[in-house]
Design a protein around this ligand. Sequence first.
Ligand code: CP
Length: 307
Amino acid sequence: MSLSSRHLLGLYGVPKDDIQLILDTATTFREVLERPIKKVPTLQGKTIVNLFYENSTRTRISFELAQKRLSADTINFTTSTSSTKKGETFKDTVRNIEAMKVDMIVVRHQSAGVPQFLTRITKANIINAGDGLHEHPTQALLDMYSIREKFGELKGLNVCIVGDIAHSRVAMSNIFGLKTMGANVSVCGPSTMIPMGIESLGVKVINNIDKAIAENDVLNVLRIQLERDAGRRIPSTREYHNYFGITSERIEKNNKNIVILHPGPINRGVELSSEVADGPYQIILDQVTNGVAIRMAVLYLLGTMVN
Ligand code: CP
């Protein structure tokens, strides 16, 4: 069994069999993470560069850990300590790194389309770790894995993505992946944060958070991305919390079986009350643990494909 592409640029158009293969392979690696020695020789001899042009805690550490668990050689590139600061272009930087014989590049960039661009200028296999407002496929895969772990399957589940949909690459990848796997997907948030025409992707729009909690099995609650202009789309974060924040009271009034996900980082007291962020309905740290297994699966499946 192998994937249909040697790159993972997004989940748009990725076949169901590919997503199923990644989720099933991650189950094997999830078991490796419970062993006393959490390391397998699978990618011994492979060299992987983590090219992060934008801040990250979870994704960067998770990819690095996944690479180490698979015995790959790992290099971390950060802009602040690189020759980018001396004016070197993105293309020159990448071509120089590639000349050192790398097999795979994991890239995070503030501009949408950079992973796609890399497929044209290098021979390495490319993994998108989040590009602008476009996609964040491994985040959606770990979200789907965590939901599947909780419910047994994704088909037929009602999943609502809550919050700043307009600025969210996580929302886009979740919509594409969940729809492919047969889930019923909706979005909920202030109308200023819901892209016009989103219904054409086959998702329902819910304007009321109480209704969203009552009607769904899962809420995937997104961060309000103040660094990306979200602040101009709501009167204040306090107002946002009053209308769309997830609180214990709202959960207990509407649906005590709800499962809450959040990709992180959380704005406590904005998207989630602290009580919910640390409480019994959320699986946020399970998502983080599963993220390592998902990234091991993606690296393994792509790393064993010829470039
Ligand atoms: N979920 C996520 O992408 O988090 P980081 O920005 O910390 O990687």
